[in-house]
Design a binder for this molecule. Sequence first.
Ligand code: FES
Length: 112
Amino acid sequence: MGSWQVAIRKDQLVENEGRSIRIAGHRIAVFLVEGTIYAIEDSCPHAGAALSRGYIENGTVSCPLHYWRFRLSDGAWADNPTLSIGCYATRIVDDLVQVEIPDDPPLTEPRQ
Ligand code: FES
């Protein structure tokens, strides 16, 4: 269980584009895709590129450097779902996007 933190105003999000947010040491990529808001770690485990600058397709974001793809819904690496990056719960309160920040420190390595 974590704490809910305001990340961005909902009207600052653009469909199929990412926004990079920093909260409590977490680099978070926030996306609006088909009306749903997603938040995943904003650092590709391959070489650290910002996934917020990636390309959205079929529920995934492709890293802008070497195109590793991560599922927006859970942060899993689409080509090897046993590995994943951080994924954050989101909610909207009064037109503000909130992200649930875990009590644990940010991830720096892919999880297995
Ligand atoms: S830095 Fe993301 S795939 Fe290489």
